[in-house]
Every structure is written in C-alpha cells, then in structure tokens.
Design a protein around this ligand. Structure first.
Ligand SMILES: [Zn+2]
Length: 303
C-alpha cells in the first residue's frame, strides 16, 4: 500500500522534545507519507538549529525568524543576522513572525516593530512569510494589509511571487480567510481542525479552497485528536489530512496532492525528488503504541 505524499508545513523539529528520538520521528513521518517538513525558527538560536537539521536531513527545510514572544530584544543587529541566515539554500521562508496577545510577554509596540522589520526582510529577500497570530487578528490584518498593498506598488523580489505567505495554525473567521486570499496568502491547518468542539473552524474549512491550504502539525504542540495529551509529531499531519478530507468531502489522496502542491509552490521546494519513504506500516496504529514524552508546559508559548 502506498501512502500519498504530504508536507508538514510547520513543525518545530529542532525543539529539545525531539532530541532523544528525532531519527525515529522522521522515519514515522516518512511512513505516513510526510516527506517534506518545514521547520520554522522562533529566535536566532533556533533558526540556526533549524538550518542545521535541514543540512542533515534532505526532507527538512528551514525558516528563519523571531517569534513575537521572543521579540523583546529585536534590533538591527538581529535583523542583520537573520538576513545572513536567510541566504542559506535550504531556508525557504521568514518565520515564524507575527503578533501574540495571548501570552503578553512583549509589548504590542515591540512585537509590531519586530514584525514589520521582518516583513521588510522577506520583501527584500523574496522569501515568503510564516505568520503567527494569537488573539491579534485585527492588528495582524492591519499590518499585513498595509504591507501587501505597499509591496504591490514596488517591484520587490517578493512581489514577483504568486504566493506570499501563510497564516499558520489558522483559526480565524471567514473575513480573515478572505483577506488572506486577497493578500496572496495560504492558510495552514493543523491539530485544531481535528478537535471535536472546533465547530466554527470545521464549518469554515468546509468552505475553503484546497488550492490555498496547507497541512501542518506545529509539533511538538497542538497534538491532533485522538493523540491529544501526547507530544505531537510530523507523522500526525496525516490525521489533519484525513479530517480535512472529511470536511471537504474529498479523498485523502486529493487533499494530500493539492496541499503538497500549495506547499511546494509557496516554499519553492520540489516534490519530485523526495527521498524514498522509510520502512514501516503506513498506519497510525504503530504511533498509538509508541510511548512518547509528555509535552512541556514551559515551552508552549511558541507554537
Ligand atoms: Zn510554530
């Protein structure tokens, strides 16, 4: 039995939660068909780690960026270092960047300054952006609306692209989804889609166009049903694909093929030279039987 190829468009594989079994995690992902993984950065150190993993593993790509919850010490020097990291051939995006008003770790003004600075870097490098938004939809929409409008009037490298970014872990409303289409953005759907009580997200997802959607896990966080309570991992992108297929009345194969095409277009990666899938059963049963470490509460402010 062959499993369709999928891309986990947002996975923090560099986190210490994977230090003891990263090779096994990648093998299980391959067995589920997850043969491309994009590892976003949350600060400079983690952006470097993401690049190191991308150098070591052909199926892993990196994004570099400073998460809003780490943006308190954002400055010109940090931006210069990010720009240097962004030149690495396996860096495919700037991210994750954005606004987080849930954790309230950094003032909104400082978050916005880091966000705008990194959007500017993306425009200049021509790399798409991975956007984190938590309880900040109005301000994220204002900043992205202004930025995309102004980029369209210039001929920056990013303006040449068909797709400019992703609203990751999308859980917003229809208005934000429509705005994202207008900005030439995609939406990343993850574990939240599988939660039984996420009815408004289910309803919205059922109306979305597959050609602007990507699968993601946000591992090690946001574990999908029925694995909640365990550490999340990229193999679980297959569970998100299953739920999305149900909601759209599509087949898993169609969801996998079209979300993979979106991810490859957005990140400029090639699905044609994927490494051979790892050995193993393409079933979730072998993941269910694994005992994985519990998620650490201290690190959940990223995601
Ligand atoms: Zn994340």
């Amino acid at each position: 039995m062959t499993v369709p190829t999928m891309v986990d468009s947002h996975c923090h594989l560099d986190m210490e939660q994977f230090d003891t079994d990263r090779a096994a995690v990648l093998k299980r992902a391959g067995a589920q068909g997850v043969r491309r993984i994009v590892n976003p950065g949350i600060d400079l150190a983690h952006s470097r780690r993401a690049i190191e993993l991308a150098e070591r593993h052909p199926q892993v790509y990196a994004a570099v960026g400073i998460h809003p919850n780490s943006s308190g010490d954002f400055n010109e020097r940090a931006l210069t270092q990010l720009a240097a990291l962004a030149e690495h051939p396996k860096v495919v995006a700037i991210g994750e960047i954005g606004l987080d008003y849930h954790w309230d770790l950094v003032s909104p003004q400082e978050q916005a300054r880091a966000f705008r600075g990194q959007l500017e870097l993306a425009a200049e490098t021509g790399l798409p952006v991975i956007i984190h938004n938590r309880n900040a939809s109005a301000d994220v929409a204002q900043i992205l609306g202004e930025w995309t409008a102004s980029e369209r009037t210039r001929s920056s490298p990013l303006a040449q692209r068909e797709l400019w970014g992703v609203l990751h872990a999308f859980s917003g409303d229809a208005a934000l989804a429509l705005a994202a289409m207008d900005w030439q953005f995609t939406l990343g759907l993850g574990g939240a889609l599988t939660f039984k009580n996420a009815r408004s997200l289910h309803k919205l997802a059922s109306q979305l166009c597959l050609d602007r959607l990507m699968l993601e896990t946000d591992a090690p966080w946001l574990t999908p049903h029925p694995m909640r309570g365990k550490r999340n991992e990229p193999a679980n992108a297959a569970l998100v694909a299953q739920r999305l297929a149900e909601l759209l009345a599509a087949t898993v194969e169609e969801v996998a093929a079209r979300t993979t095409a979106v991810a490859c277009a957005l990140f400029g990666i090639d699905a044609g030279e994927l490494p051979a899938p790892a050995d193993g059963l393409p079933l979730t049963a072998d993941i269910l039987s694994e005992s994985t470490p519990q998620p650490r509460e201290s690190a959940t402010s990223y995601g």
